[in-house]
Ligand binder design. Structure first.
Ligand code: 13P
Length: 253
């Protein structure tokens, strides 16, 4: 059995003060939730404050990005070692906003995944097609390329510990989520490729999250799908009550 994960990607929202206020309220709301890993990804400035505010609670913390080098002259960048020391346990890699707005490639994603694993962080690797790619029937080819290049060179046991987030770009921040059937179809394809390229154990253990307009009112139907192991939530993770409702319903099928 795979333990589900409900993760909130705060993107460029919340100051330190706001992040602490969220965490104090949210940890109370999820304190009796079991059988689910609960993760929030604050901006770097608030990461350590959230780690402190979430101490001795079920809430774990993720970075939203990292650089693949350990340190060096890379203005504006943060390394796996820095995230790990600040208390992060996970890191989001290859989000479509980073690919689209900041030129991140599958090659960069691969270097970052390798660095995250070396730095004892669990990578949450984001993949997903644009609307144009879906409409021209290229969805599965795009997913194949992102998996093959993004996870290139990893061992089966490393892939078993990974989290993959399927986030169709057309569903992010649009209020237009994939139907549970569309999500299941993509997730089953992804798991099938992981099986083919990394073996049965990796495929059975790796968690595949859905992301794109997840809300309290659609998480249940998404989680009812056999290959949807949780969610990566953007906008709806900013409100403690709404996000705790998603955690609650996302913790079970
Ligand atoms: P929304 O939930 O706001 O659509 O964002 C999804 C996302 O990008 C999570 O990483």
């Amino acid at each position: 059995m795979r333990t589900p994960i409900i993760a909130g990607n705060w993107k460029m929202y919340k100051t330190v003060h706001e992040a602490i206020a969220f965490t104090k309220e949210f940890r109370q709301l999820v304190k009796d939730v079991h059988g689910v890993e609960v993760v929030v990804a604050p901006p770097f400035t608030a990461l350590h404050a959230v780690v402190e505010a979430a101490r001795s609670s079920p809430v774990a913390v993720a970075g939203q990005n990292l650089h693949w080098e350990r340190d060096g002259a890379f203005t504006g960048e943060v390394s796996a070692a820095m995230l790990h020391e600040a208390g992060a346990e996970y890191v989001i890699i290859g989000h479509s906003e980073r690919r689209r707005l900041f030129g991140e490639t599958d090659g960069n994603v691969n270097r970052k995944v390798v660095a995250a694993l070396a730095g004892e962080l669990t990578p949450i690797v984001c993949i997903g097609e644009t609307l144009e790619e879906r409409e021209s029937s290229r969805t599965l080819d795009v997913l194949d390329r992102q998996i093959k290049e993004g996870l290139d060179g990893l061992s089966a046991s490393q892939v078993a510990g990974l989290v993959i987030a399927y986030e169709p770009v057309w569903a992010i921040g649009t209020g237009r989520n994939a139907t549970p059937q569309q999500a299941q179809e993509a997730h089953a394809h992804i798991r099938g490729r992981v099986r083919q390229w990394f073996g049965a154990e990796a495929a059975d253990k790796c968690r595949i999250l859905y992301g794109g307009s997840v809300k309290p009112d659609n998480i249940r139907d998404l989680r009812a799908q056999p290959d949807v192991d949780g969610a990566l939530v953007g906008g709806a993770s900013l409100d403690p009550k709404g996000f705790s409702a998603i955690v609650r319903d996302g913790s079970r099928r």
